[in-house]
Design a protein around this ligand. Sequence first.
Ligand code: SF4
Length: 516
Amino acid sequence: MTRRLFQGVVGIDDATNQLSAGTVASSLIPVPCSLFPDPCSLTPQEDPKLHEECGVVAIHGHPDAARQAYLGLYALQHRGQESAGIATADGHHLANIKGMGLVSEIFTDDVLAKLPGSMAIGHTRYSTTGDSALLNAQPIRVDSVKGLIAIAHNGNLVHLGNVRARLERDGAYFQTTSDSEIIVQLIAHSRAGSLVDAIADSLSQVEGAFSIVMMTRDRIFAARDPRGFRPLSMGRIKNPDGPDTIVFASESCAFDLLRATFERDVLPGELVMVTEDGVTSRQYSTGVPQSSCIFEHVYFARPDSRIFGRWVQESRDQMGRQLARESGVPADVVVPVPDSGVTAALGYAEEAGIPFRLGLIRNHYVGRTFIEPEQRVRDFGVRLKLNPVRNLLEGKRVILIDDSIIRGTTSRKIVRMVRGAGAKEVHLRISCPPTISPCFYGVDTPSKRDLIAANKSIEEIRQYIEADSLSYLSLDGLLRCCRGEDQTGYCTACYTGNYPTQWVDVEDILPAALSL
Ligand code: SF4
């Protein structure tokens, strides 16, 4: 089996649709999947984690807006590593450069120098909708009757068939297969008098998850869908000599690198506009119950981010503590599966009074290419990323903390690895409920037939992964950990199968026999 991967970086300035000079151009090279340890490159059966679709940033009122957007995207790289792009505007022109690969690979000094202006929006992408070609990288720039508009989008629209067909009947010509372009086409075809009315009108016509930043030649817009699935925060860089710089980012961790202060979340159903005259806002949708993605707290967002009104670190610490209360077991050490299991493991260890030990070490420097051993080594992909610290595990009763079991294959390899390093017992604890249903809101999940918890009981999963015991955090416990004092409404559909929107793909939610 081969998979087509980009080697190097191709940049496109879609003002001209030409390869941009100064970027590293290369070609598509078919390569064996087994060569690549990176989660993006593993086969579906080997891929241990769910993937977020995107991260977005926007900057208004900074002399080097492109570099600020670059820094913001750099901090959001965990939300997507497939492609990245930055569009800038200087009041007259709108430039846009995007490419395949990591933010730092695409945006060298030379490339950033081609992006003038005091406004910018940026995007980093792991695709779930539309194919993965450079064409679908964002921001997307569309020249419409309402003027030039660039858009960057985190999330996934649902129920789009009719909207797209209607737009095409009305003469819309789609440049990409990305659903973000549908929003721009809706804006272009809106009969509303002003641009801001057209945007509000368009956003109220689409269903699903979207945290969006948009830019025209002289304005920035930021909006969240009415249910608030994906996070989007607003911050400010104080400027003693003039107007403040206003910034938006998928996660507040981006503000730290920009030296911006967190101001507030963009609200579900809110459309914020930033112009030279300042910030204005309107609710384009009201009365829809909030359903923010709880998996952002479990896994996606960085622990140093504050999302949905709450620090992610605090939620994960609470998940670990709650897990210890719900399913404690006598043991000698608590060991996280790095990196995402670390915060919950710290909470678990403290609550249970059991020593926390980094008994698994993750290799952070696994690149995209390495020499494959002549003989394929068993569990090679996992071994390349994780290695046990034998002297911490030997003869010990180990509680392993992880944040999810998707197909079960990776969990089994990790349990075997810990046991192989001499552990006497291995107890796996998961800091969320069993994942039984796929996501339609911007998270790349396998279909139900490939989710082990949709097809096996917890005892059957325990036997499959060869653990001495297995427990998940309860749904009530998880909600308590993520709500704190406030009453944030959460989407929990991947744990319950109850979707906050009407649309589901019947094919994807049919359980089927697992072939493991
Ligand atoms: S289905 Fe799961 S991953 Fe998707 S938005 Fe809901 S909670 Fe998040």
